[in-house]
Design a protein around this ligand. Structure first.
Ligand code: PEP
Ligand code: MG
Length: 567
């Protein structure tokens, strides 16, 4: 038995034979072609054919509901329209070379240009250009790449896998994927995640003589066992069976309500960063969105996004997820999330500095652009508007005043505005302790436990050095959560949790006992959380609670001798 390490992209266990996948290597004719015009025509017809293939792959991925991966092929099809790339290839042909030669050199040069860029995202795009080069050569050489996968289910082992190669694979024959190259930012990694395929990258020891050998890919421990011993086979087969059982059980929870055995209902929502996460919400059957971190719309933009750009992003999410409630948090820039175009001063203590609502209230024109976009989008779904980093009532009043100003402006302009709820994040001890004062101002509270923990415990959430002191279950934080829920309920303000703690399975029962109305978690945690809620039985707790309140009531009725005396 041999064991080799890699970097895991997707957890899970794959058991089966290895198939070495080799990207075909072509012998390029380095000589001059007989007819330059014929080579130009050959190049053009290959370009059109590959573009058609990429468009077909785009349609296939969209049909399968994989919008993210569809985007890769849409980008590929667009790259094949790039004038610089086309002209450079045609120039090479006109200089007296074959179409294959021109594709190899022209596409390699473009890939090199991406490789030399500073931004890791653009560096990773060089792999897309190489992928297109190979597809062009496949067409020019008349090659059938599908035959490269073999006909039996296998763990595929390759130097690297281009997105178009990965997507062309027959998924029913694909048990797992191991590559020597690859980066976690690459499109192949994105594809592997979307297929939920156990995958290792950067496995430097792969060798041709693995071909046909029995192996187990252990995604949990980021390794592959070649010809494993029986003990490992038994252990990992049991783990695989357990995973399958868990996965199947979770799927059964789709369409079911999130309700405890004794009948307490809780809404399970998802946290998202933008329209690209719409599918994840639907696939994981989230009942709504409890936190749309709108600052990602700003972070993904090189310039300050316009009102229209923001409106389009919000509308897309609201429309796609209607009638679910979608809570969009207004821009929470600052602290660890900085943006060049905002020109924010450097601060000694940024987590306690000029961030979130503080920036918005100091820059009303900037804030109003977002509020107008949100109000316009409210006509297309079920919107909740949430303000972050609140510490005082006057801040909420100011936000509402600006919102009302925007609503009136839009009304005057004849723009339709729908209904919406208003809420605030409770993520500072000040807000939690003043919850009774804040609640009458809003429809809902959402507990941001990430910041609430940071500010309550004075533990910088960014610092790796404070791990030993960080206690996510700190009694002070749990107490502030409970008191916020109680304060909210005293004023008919519903209360959710959208910080990471909401997905902590060891706290689900505690939050249910506190009476939380909604838990918003990363999409992958929605079904496991629903499972926890459905397994919880709080009838004993309720019985005890009822007895205690009865006892309290009778205590207040002046018991014993004095009670009888004053009857
Ligand atoms: C939080 O603070 O818990 C929260 C949800 O907001 P963020 O993590 O974006 O600061
Ligand atoms: Mg926060």
């Amino acid at each position: 038995m041999q064991v080799f390490q890699g970097i895991k992209i997707v957890n899970g266990i794959a058991i089966g034979k290895i198939k070495i996948y080799k990207t075909p290597v072509y012998e390029i004719n380095e000589g001059a072609p007989a007819d330059v015009d014929a080579e130009l025509a050959k190049f053009e017809s290959a370009r059109v054919k590959v573009q058609e293939q990429q468009n077909a792959l785009y349609d296939k991925e969209m049909k399968d509901g994989h919008k993210d991966t569809a985007g890769i092929f849409e980008a590929h099809a667009l790259m094949l329209d790039d004038d610089d790339l086309i002209d450079s290839c045609k120039e090479i042909i006109s200089d007296g070379h074959t179409a294959e030669f021109a594709v190899r050199d022209g596409f390699e040069a473009a890939a090199e240009m991406f490789r030399n860029m500073d931004d890791p995202y653009f560096q990773a795009r060089s792999a897309d250009v190489i992928d297109l080069k190979n597809s062009m050569l496949d067409v020019l050489f008349g090659n059938d790449t599908e035959s490269l996968q073999g006909t039996e289910p296998a763990i595929l082992v390759a130097e690297d896998m281009a997105p178009s190669e990965t997507v062309k694979l027959d998924k029913s024959l694909l048990l797992g994927l191991v590559t020597r190259q690859g980066s976690s930012n690459s499109h192949t990694a994105i594809l592997a995640r979307s297929m939920n395929l156990p995958t290792l990258i950067q496995c430097k020891d792969i060798a041709d003589d693995w071909d046909g050998k029995f192996a187990i890919l252990d995604g949990y421990n980021a390794c592959i066992y070649i010809e494993p011993e029986q003990k490992i086979i038994d252990e990992l087969s049991a783990k695989q069976a357990e995973d399958r059982k868990k996965e199947a059980e979770l799927q059964q929870l789709k369409g079911k309500t999130s309700v405890t055995k004794d009948g307490q209902k809780v809404r399970v929502y998802a946290n998202i960063g933008g329209p690209k996460d719409i599918n994840a919400v639907i696939e994981n059957d989230a009942e709504g969105v409890g936190l749309f971190r709108s600052e990602f719309v700003y972070l993904n933009s090189k310039t300050d996004p316009t009102e229209d750009e923001q409106f389009e992003a919000y509308k897309k999410v609201l429309e796609a997820l209607a009638p679910r409630l979608v809570i969009i948090r207004t821009c929470d820039i600052g602290a660890d999330k900085t943006i060049d175009y905002m020109n924010l001063d450097k601060e000694d203590n940024p987590a306690l500095g000029f961030r979130a609502i503080r920036i918005c209230l100091k820059r009303p024109e900037f804030f109003k652009r977002q509020l107008r976009a949100l109000l316009r989008a409210s006509a297309f779904g079920n919107l909740g508007i949430m303000f972050p980093m609140i510490i005082s009532r006057w801040e909420v009043e100011s936000c509402k005043k600006l919102l009302e100003e925007c609503r009136k402006e839009l009304e005057y302009e004849g723009v339709k505005v729908g209904k919406y709820e208003i809420g605030i994040m409770i993520e500072t001890p000040a807000a939690a302790l003043c919850a009774d004062d804040l609640a009458p101002e809003v429809d809902f509270f959402s507990l941001g436990t990430n910041d609430l923990t940071q500010y309550t415990c004075a533990i910088d959430r960014q610092s790796a050095n404070l791990e030993d002191f960080a206690d996510t279950h700190h009694p002070a934080v749990l107490r502030l959560i409970r008191e916020t829920i109680e304060a909210g309920h005293r004023h008919n303000t519903w209360v959710g949790i959208c910080g990471e703690l909401g997905a902590d399975p060891t706290l689900t029962e505690e939050f249910l006992k506190m009476g939380v109305d909604e838990l918003s978690v990363n999409p992958k945690s929605v079904l496991p959380l629903r499972g926890n809620i459905r397994n919880a039985d709080l009838s004993e707790f309720r019985k005890k609670q009822a007895q205690e309140s009865q006892a309290q009531d009778s205590n207040q009725q002046v018991p014993g001798f004095w009670g009888r005396l004053f009857k």
